[in-house]
Design a protein around this ligand. Sequence first.
Ligand code: IVH
Length: 692
Amino acid sequence: MSTGSLFEGGIPNEIASEIEDIRKRINRANFLYYVKDQPEISDAEYDRLMRRLQDLENEYPEAVTPDSPTQRVGAIPQTEFAPYQHAVPMLSLANAFDADELQAFDERCKRFLGMDRETPIEYVCELKFDGLACSLTYRGGILVAGATRGDGFQGENITENLRTIKAIPLNLHHSRRESPDAKAVPPVVEVRGEVILEHDEFRRINEEREINGEPTFANPRNAAAGSVRQLDSRITARRNLTMFCYGVGAYDGVDFDTHYEILCALGDWGFKVNPNIKVAGNIDEVVAYMNEWETKKESLPYDIDGMVVKVNSLDLQTRLGSVSRSPRWAIAYKYPAHQATTVIKEIRVQVGRTGALTPVAIMEPVEVSGVTVSRATLHNEDEVHRKDVRVSDTVVIQRAGEVIPEVVEVVKEKRVGDPEEFTMPDKCPVCGADVERAEGEAVARCVGIACPAQIRGRMIHFTSRNAMDIDGVGPALLDQFIDNGLIHDPADLYSLTIDQIIPLERMAKKSAENAINAIEVSKNANLSRLIYALGIRHVGERTAASLAQHFGSIEAVRNASEEELAEVQDIGPVVARSVAKFFDQEETTEVLRKLKEAGIDPTEEARRETEEFAGKTIVFTGAMEKLTREKAQELVFKLGANPSSSVSKNTDLVVAGDKAGSKLEKAISLGVKVISEDEFLEMVKQAGVEID
Ligand code: IVH
């Protein structure tokens, strides 16, 4: 791509080429990380490139293009999605459930084509991803539109959301040509595939939702669909979705002979194409591949619900055409569902860390594709009523991918008599405290502060990796601590002695020492970790970091009023109320006192809103005598300003040191206020900071 057309309007050549160079490097890094799974540069280097590009684009807004990597962050929330008409309908697939049905499919194809039964047809076998089908349109190699499948003819325009998925190239020109005979990117091409969530990310999102008191997603497919169809694409951007591409819709200016060629071209253009593809010479090879994947699919990091078999020759595909809304040239092979029937013995109510009550079905043990299952989640009270699950009912349960088994439906014909309907207890089954269900919420909660179930959950959270990171003190050991009355709250960990631990089950002297050491080391955790570890409702890692940065100490957060809390960046009224309520409790005061006594009272230099600096965007340029640029930037940040590395009309102040160059010139031409290092130091002094 030439830079001339991109950067008209007075952007210096060296800047234009720097921007283009950085974009290429970021695009390549994205491709290697998100598509090829082979990262080459460090996270720090990636962040540095992104920051530099962002700065340059702030300085030269006219250089921003829709395919710039900065444009993935998520756009302004929409009120609804516009309808999107598919130029070529997105068809669905007929199903086959066993080898005989695959053979029948092969015979149908041959009959339709007038072929004799002995002549083999070549097929391509692919995984059938369990997510949401989407289409991506590229014009001149640039992503211009993205849509859901919808009813196959009309979907929804979700371009802004799809843009945030890093496995989707925004610009095909920058992707790597993998093979020497790769097809050139055509003027128009519509690429189709499935947006999915991997298991790890699914778990992470559900954990976060649990912390925030939001209902969790039942499976990765629902989570993917919910994330892709967010009106606020900034939320989509935070869910690490990915997309496997498996075909094309409308295209022009490129020729293909086979479906396999299409898949190779997609890979060459920078799309993520699943490597588990097989070109099978005949239907027997297809059957063998299906059998091979029956067990192999269990080890994939994402869910599939079958395999797709496609006639490889595009000529044959055209001749076969489609019937109703499915092509005759493809079929979905569905693995036998991981379902079984069993009987509900009991509906037990579990209590989680946040006090959330979850009904769990305790069932007669039953084998579901090789795994014995005796418990299944019923999610929440409304779900139990919706499915009308009662004790003694016969139910169909299923195990989908990695996910916890769930009750699909009740076999009503087998219900005996009129068993009692399920009701959520009004007292916590673990501690007996009241259970409350807030209006409009699906989740009922135990309000008991000393509830052992909550204590266990809170302790697991407190010690977890992103919190205090107490390696070697896992859930099993915590259970022993709690059961033996050694700990009642997180602060008690710090008064444990080795002599208390050694007598516990499965504890050798060495592992007891390791546990004590790990607890000791965790005393050095910084303030954000500590705030996060406390497990305040609605306070995830990011919010904890904002609180730490703003207040600088636990004491300051504790003393802040609800109004003051709500003034912190990223903190809304709901979170502010939750934080204030947490610190208002006597139990919290006691835990904090004990933590402090154990020497845990981290501080971070708090950011202050000074009259001189608050809200100002400041650029440092040239060499300064008394401070390094980094130190100066850190200093003004702490005083409430936003340091930036480039000058634009939004800059409030430029501090010009020795040999200041183009930034100074630009500031002067834009009429931005410029001061010297000495004047800057004077301002700092006014703001109450002495520099020697
Ligand atoms: S091909 C006409 N390939 O399955 C061909 N589909 O019932 C249509 N799917 O809505 C699609 N993995 O969401 C194809 N490797 C794959 C697939 C796949 C998942 C989904 C897709 C479609 C549904 C078809």
